[in-house]
Ligand binder design. Structure first.
Ligand code: SF4
Length: 628
């Protein structure tokens, strides 16, 4: 086989042993790589129904088909487990040299089973696996851990995926970090922490063999050239923070825990402001000619020297969403999250919930006692000092940080049970995963898309916001086409997540983010890598297979139609300001759109996958375990 080694590495942390599982070509043709292959590995290796923080929940890692080849933006890897935050599939991607090392080490995927009795890190040195003590690394941040392992091994070519203190302490939205990039959302870091796994280090020295190197190189060079042109300019110059002013103009910028969609200090947290006052440099994932990550530093005030890579989704969560207009606080908060190994989106949205809960009188000052503030403090919206203190408390699970480490769904349920309150009304999550940086009330198609995404509230797994924002659909109303549009956007995104290729390349094929220009080129890339003979329809099926395995995973874990929901606020409270004022997505509208979506997918009215469809997709082996 070209492009693959045909081997999955299994590692048992409890028994300290490893073994090899061969896989045949048809398996790769169905699951390819990235989130799809990682989810399939999870399907095959998990104890269905297990506690996500128990040894029966494996860590499943899948390489990228194009990692280690000249294909630009293909240096990515996927990871899946059962999420401790949602109880459903946790699937994430990360772009880094770790992906290249993994590919060069000769493994298409790695499955880590069980739990270690003591803190360890694993070294995969090509085909040799060793377990190394890690108690001396405890408490270290994510970046510091990577550095310490490199020094310890005396090799700066070793690439490590690590967890920080948040993962060690089981914050349910802890991340796994590598080369400064995050495999974020859904709590992978907590799963690693539950296994006492501080890091996975890889040294890969082999070649990556492809079927047609000349054609692949030519295609890669052509794409790289376009990727440095106008279609990616906004990412190269401002990064994704360029979205701040656009979202604010549309009345969609989450403000004060999604109460409004317009923020009076949007200018001072914008990508433009950050570039002018805080620019340091741009950084790229492995093999990326775009380099969208904008490093920004604080140059004065109490957080002088704080520095972080700023993405829109982290930025809105810790600035407008907390009513904080001082972008220096946002840089500090993102630095704390990244180094602590904590998802800044879920962290920011959970802080927003805590601030609103305080402002509405459910939480009192004394609930916020900690070592630094023995009398407690008052975390009103806009209070940056309080936000920084709370962020540190979550990472260390100190005081109320222990509750906030559970995320908005579990924290609100606990508080409401204990205090008789109704804080669930402002807990902004879908399936337990905190919402992304778009107010769904003003984006009807994306509201549907986000509600049905298997991993929960997410902007990456459904591209349906493109449909609303581009004007392809009226974002303020519902019609009979929304189900098909949400289905198409989700499967479109899933093709990129499976290969994986960074979606920021999506306009570099024809200038439009659509299948027509991209799929023929992507088919050529796949064929030149593997020697297969894929065409347009085969590329399209990559996305269908990906969504099917994730959905099957969720069904096996007990998913029902009511799990495709929206936050209470999105359905019952309209915004009062800006261009999306007076909008909501009513329960009737959502149920109507879900009917359309399930029908477009060829699923039952209950949202279940019929056996005939699995047979048609060549995935009939899933049928028995999901009861069809
Ligand atoms: S565009 Fe940005 S996110 Fe995408 S691969 Fe390049 S650096 Fe990474």
């Amino acid at each position: 086989m070209f492009g693959y080694s045909g081997k999955i590495l299994h590692i048992d942390l409890a028994k300290r042993k490893s073994w090899v599982e061969p896989k045949a070509e048809p398996w790769y043709k169905t699951y390819i790589g990235g989130t799809s292959m990682a989810t399939r590995l999870c399907w095959e290796n998990i104890e269905a129904g297990c506690d996500p923080l128990a040894p029966g929940n494996p860590i499943c890692i899948a390489g990228g088909l194009f990692a280690g080849t000249p294909v630009p933006v293909g240096g990515k890897w996927g990871i899946a487990s059962k999420s401790p935050l949602t109880g459903f599939i946790a699937d994430s991607l990360s772009g880094s040299w770790f992906a290249v090392a993994l590919k060069r080490s000769g493994w298409d995927g790695i499955v880590i089973h069980g739990a270690s009795p003591d803190w360890v890190y694993i070294l995969v040195d090509d085909d040799v696996v060793t377990f190394r003590p890690a108690s001396h690394l405890l408490g270290k941040g994510t970046f510091a851990t990577e550095e310490a392992i490199r020094e310890e091994l005396g090799d700066d070519q070793v690439r490590s995926a690590t967890i920080g203190p948040a993962g060690e302490k089981g914050v349910l939205y802890a991340n796994v970090t590598n080369d400064g990039r995050q495999a974020g959302r859904t709590g992978h870091g907590a799963v690693w922490g539950s296994k006492k796994l501080k890091a996975l280090s890889v040294r890969g020295t082999g070649d990556v063999k492809v079927a047609d190197p000349e054609t692949l190189l030519k295609l890669a060079l052509d794409i790289s050239k376009t990727a440095q042109g106008p279609y990616t300019e906004k990412y190269r110059v401002l990064g994704t923070a360029s979205n701040v002013l656009n979202m604010n103009r549309l009345g969609l910028l989450p403000t004060r825990n999604y109460q409004e969609g317009e923020f009076e200090h949007a200018e001072s947290i914008s990508g433009e402001y950050l570039k002018e006052h805080h620019a340091v440099k741009t950084v790229a994932c492995a093999g990326c000619p775009i380099a969208c990550e904008q490093m920004r530093r604080v140059n004065d005030g109490p957080y002088t020297g704080a520095m972080s890579g700023i993405e829109y989704e982290s930025l809105y969560a810790v600035s407008s969403n907390l009513g904080i207009g001082d972008v220096r606080v946002a840089i500090k908060l993102i630095e704390l999250c990244d180094q602590g190994g904590m998802d800044s989106m879920s962290g920011g949205v959970t802080l927003g919930w805590a601030m609103e809960t305080f402002e509405r009188g459910v939480f009192k000052k004394e609930d916020f006692k900690c070592k630094k503030y023995p009398e407690g403090f008052e975390p009103n919206f806009g209070n940056g000092e309080a936000a920084v203190a709370l962020c540190e408390m979550i990472i260390n699970r100190e005081g109320i940080g222990d509750l906030l480490a559970l995320g908005t769904r579990k924290a609100s349920a606990k508080v409401d049970a204990e205090r008789g309150s109704e804080t669930y009304k402002w807990a902004m999550h879908i399936k337990g995963l905190e919402n992304p940086g778009y107010d769904l009330r003003g984006l009807k198609t994306f509201a549907l898309g986000a509600s049905v995404v298997p991993r929960g509230g997410c902007h990456n797994r459904s591209a349906a916001y493109d449909v609303d924002i581009s004007g392809e659909a009226d974002r303020f109303s519902v019609d009979e086409k929304r189900g098909a549009l949400a289905k198409d956007s989700e499967e479109y995104a899933a093709v990129y997540d499976t290969l994986p290729l960074c979606k920021f390349i999506r306009r570099c094929f024809t200038g439009k983010a659509d299948r027509a220009g991209a799929w023929p080129v992507i088919a050529k890339l796949i064929n030149a890598t593997t020697g297969w003979d894929m065409g347009y329809d085969d590329v399209d099926m990559i996305g269908v297979h990906c969504i099917t395995i994730k959905k099957a995973f969720n069904i096996r874990e007990g998913w029902t139609r009511k799990d495709d929901h929206l936050p209470w606020r999105t359905q019952h409270e309209a915004m009062t300001k800006g261009k999306s004022a007076n909008c909501m997505v009513t329960e009737k509208e959502l149920e109507y759109m879900k009917d359309q979506y399930y029908e477009a997918k060829g699923w039952t009215k209950k949202g279940l996958i019929p056996k005939e469809q699995l047979v048609k997709l060549g995935m009939e082996d899933l049928a028995k375990e999901i009861g069809v």
